[in-house]
Ligand binder design. Structure first.
Ligand code: SF4
Length: 332
């Protein structure tokens, strides 16, 4: 081999990405791990995978660019609001920028041919490669022998004979490989991406319908609490516990409206960036009804524009606590 190759691995956090690192560590290569942050998935699993695989890993926040992609994915959505092909393509495109900066030779992933119906078909892997703008530089060590040789293999920087030919949905080869590498307590597949969660996907779809220009900050807010659709097409989030209440207060921007009951313990509610006039009365009723006030009590609700400690419009109004059932048709 002419020189030591340098590769950047995209670590989703699953066993496959850990194994991809392990397979490459059997060769004389320098490896870096990379994982991503958006409102829909965090870096925790990818960082943990990096630790388990023994590779230094960094997290890259791609929230805004990911949301823009999500609004109009070229290859569409999976079963929920998960644009997996475009998402992979975007991650690889972002990783390609780091590849250029680091002077690395290739990117690699733990993708396994035909393991997932949407994003890991042979044509999907090609589409992802096309979207990434990095043709021939994306190595999938677990399935490499079933795919066209990459440039690093052709150049002899990576020994193709040491790569694998795993394909299909069975997890047995990966479990056997994990055993050979002495990996224990590794993560189980699935989970981790809120875009595959039906109830969150419904909220997000509604948000994007109301605010096509929604930002990552808007997407972050609708993760916390119950979501209600009020009149005038406004979304109101109602915290379900102390931690969600604190989170909503912290996330409120100047253009959001925050409500809180004055005389009884109750939730923090947040009307998301309403256009004027907005449905303050229903939001106040929600705050009254989801708090501790006895049913049919008049509750004083304080509201203010903007987050905690910020100056802005503010006021009080009275709202009657009603059975929660009566708001069921507003739930998103
Ligand atoms: S499941 Fe989520 S994180 Fe994974 S590729 Fe699909 S959209 Fe991206």
């Amino acid at each position: 081999m002419s020189r030591k190759a340098k590769g950047i691995g995209l670590l989703s956090g699953g066993l496959d990405s850990i194994l991809a690192v392990k397979v490459l560590q059997d060769q004389n290569v320098d490896l870096i791990g990379l994982t991503f942050v958006t409102p829909f998935f965090g870096p925790e699993q990818g960082m943990a995978a990096g630790t388990m695989a023994g590779v230094q890993t960094r997290a890259l926040d791609i929230s805004e660019v990911h949301l823009e992609m999500l609004k109009n994915p070229r290859y569409g959505y999976g079963s929920k609001l998960n644009p997996c092909i475009d998402c992979h393509g975007l991650m690889l495109r972002e990783a390609a920028k780091i590849l250029a900066r680091e002077g690395a030779d290739f990117l690699f992933t733990g993708e396994v041919l035909a393991q997932r119906p949407m994003s890991q078909r042979r044509d999907a892997l090609r589409s992802v490669e096309k979207l990434s703008g990095l043709r021939g530089r994306i190595l999938r060590p677990l399935s490499a022998k079933l795919l066209a040789p990459t440039i690093v293999e052709q150049e002899g920087l990576i020994d193709r004979s040491m790569l694998l030919a795993i394909q299909g949905r069975s997890r047995r080869p990966q479990r056997e490989l994990a055993r050979q590498y002495g990996l224990k307590d590794y993560p189980q597949p699935g989970g981790g991406c809120m875009l595959t969660d039906e109830s969150f996907a419904n909220r997000l779809r509604k948000l994007l319908e109301i605010f096509p220009e929604a930002s990552a900050a808007d997407a972050e807010i609708i993760k916390w609490g119950r979501a209600f659709l009020l009149a005038k097409d406004t979304i109101c989030m109602v915290g379900r516990n102390e931690s969600e209440n604190l989170r909503l207060e912290a996330l409120a921007r100047a253009r959001d409206i925050v409500l809180k009951a004055c005389d009884y313990p109750g939730p923090t509610s947040l009307i998301l960036a309403p256009s004027q006039p907005f449905d303050l009365e229903t939001a106040a009723s929600l705050s009254a009804s989801y708090g501790d006030a006895p049913q049919d009590t008049l509750v004083r609700i304080a509201w203010r524009a903007g987050g905690a400690g910020k100056d802005g419009a503010a006021g009080h109004l009275l709202a009657r606590s009603a059975p929660r059932q009566s708001f069921k048709n507003l739930l998103i």
